[in-house]
Design a protein around this ligand. Structure first.
Ligand code: NDP
Length: 247
C-alpha cells in the first residue's frame, strides 16, 4: 500500500497512536508534518525516527483547538512541504468524570480539542485539497462515541460528533475526489489508556473477544489503508479497530 511521495499532516503525532501512524505512513513512502501541542522532545523523537526511515519530517507546535493557530500551521506546512495529501485528525485528550461531578471546563476542553480541533484542521486543509482535486482525511474517533461510556460524557460526545463531521465532510468533498473516513479504536496501549490504571485495563482486556488491548500499530495499519489507493472507493465510513469490543 504505497504512499510514495505523499505529504501527510498528522495531529498528535508526538506520541501514541499519532506517532505510530506517522511511522507506518513514512515506511510506505510519505513525508510527515508532525503536529504536537507541548511535548517538543517527543515530537523531535518522532521526527528523528521518520528521518531515519529516509523520509522528510518536521514538527510544528499547534493547539488544534485554536482556529487561527491551525490556519497558520496549515499555511506553514504547505509552504515547507508544497502541499498536503493526507490529513489525520488524531489529537485528543480525556478529562473523565461522572456527569454529576464534571466541571464545565473539562467538558469544554475535550470538545474543543477532540471535535473542534478536527473541524479547524479540516476547514483549513480542505482548501488545499479542493484546489488539487484530491485528498484523504482520516478522523480518529472512538468506540466510546458509538456505544457511550460511563465517566466519559465529554469524550463520547466529542467522538460521536466527530462521526457526524466525518460523514458530512465525506458528502461535501466527494465530488472533488476527497475521501473522509473515521477509525474508532477500542482500548489502545498509550499514555492515554495508562491513565485508566492497570486494574481497569486488565479487566478491559478480558472483555475484548480477541483477548488483548490494541497496539498503536493496529490503528496505524488501518489509517495507511484508508490513505492508500486501495481505499479510493470508501468514504463516510467508520471502521472499528477494537478487537471485537463493540460487536
Ligand atoms: P496520547 O495521550 O498518547 O497522545 C495524545 C497526542 O495528542 C499527543 O501527541 C499530544 O501532543 C496531542 N495533543 C493533545 N492535545 C492537543 C492539542 N490541543 N493540540 C495538538 N495536539 C494535541 O493519546 P493516544 O495516542 O492514546 O490517542 C490518540 C487519539 O486516539 C485520540 O484522539 C484518542 O481520543 C483516540 N483514541 C485513543 C484510544 C486509546 O485507548 N488510547 C481509544 C480510542 C480512541 P503532546 O505530546 O505535545 O502533548
Amino acid at each position: 500500500m504505497s504512499l510514495e511521495n505523499k505529504i501527510a499532516l498528522i495531529t498528535g503525532a508526538s506520541r501514541g497512536i499519532g506517532r505510530a501512524i506517522a511511522l507506518v505512513m513514512a515506511r510506505q513512502g510519505a513525508d510527515i508534518a508532525v503536529i504536537y501541542s507541548g511535548n517538543q522532545q517527543a515530537a523531535e523523537e518522532t521526527v528523528q525516527e521518520i528521518r531515519a526511515l529516509g523520509r522528510r519530517a518536521e514538527h510544528f507546535r499547534c493547539n488544534v483547538a485554536d482556529f487561527s493557530e491551525t490556519a497558520a500551521t496549515v499555511k506553514e506546512v504547505t509552504k515547507q512541504f508544497g502541499t498536503i495529501d493526507i490529513l489525520v485528525n488524531n489529537a485528543g485528550i480525556t478529562r473523565d468524570g461522572l456527569i454529576l461531578m464534571m466541571k464545565e471546563q473539562d467538558f469544554d476542553d475535550v470538545i474543543a480539542t477532540n471535535l473542534k480541533g478536527a473541524f479547524n484542521m479540516t476547514r483549513h486543509v480542505s482548501g488545499v485539497m479542493l484546489r488539487k482535486k484530491a485528498g484523504r482525511i482520516i478522523n480518529i474517533s472512538s468506540v466510546s462515541g458509538m456505544m457511550g461510556n460511563g465517566g466519559q460524557a465529554n469524550y463520547a460526545a466529542a467522538k460521536a460528533g466527530l462521526i457526524g463531521l466525518t460523514k458530512t465532510t465525506a458528502k461535501e468533498l466527494a465530488s472533488r475526489n476527497i475521501t473522509c473516513n473515521a477509525i474508532a479504536p477500542g482500548f489502545v496501549e498509550t499514555d492515554m489508556a495508562k491513565k485508566l490504571g492497570e486494574e481497569t485495563l486488565a479487566s478491559a482486556a478480558k472483555a475484548i473477544p480477541l483477548g488483548r488491548l490494541g497496539k498503536p500499530e493496529d490503528i496505524a495499519n488501518t489509517a495507511v489503508f484508508l490513505a492508500s489507493d486501495s481505499a479510493a472507493y470508501i468514504t463516510g465510513e467508520v471502521i472499528k479497530v477494537d478487537g471485537g469490543l463493540y460487536i
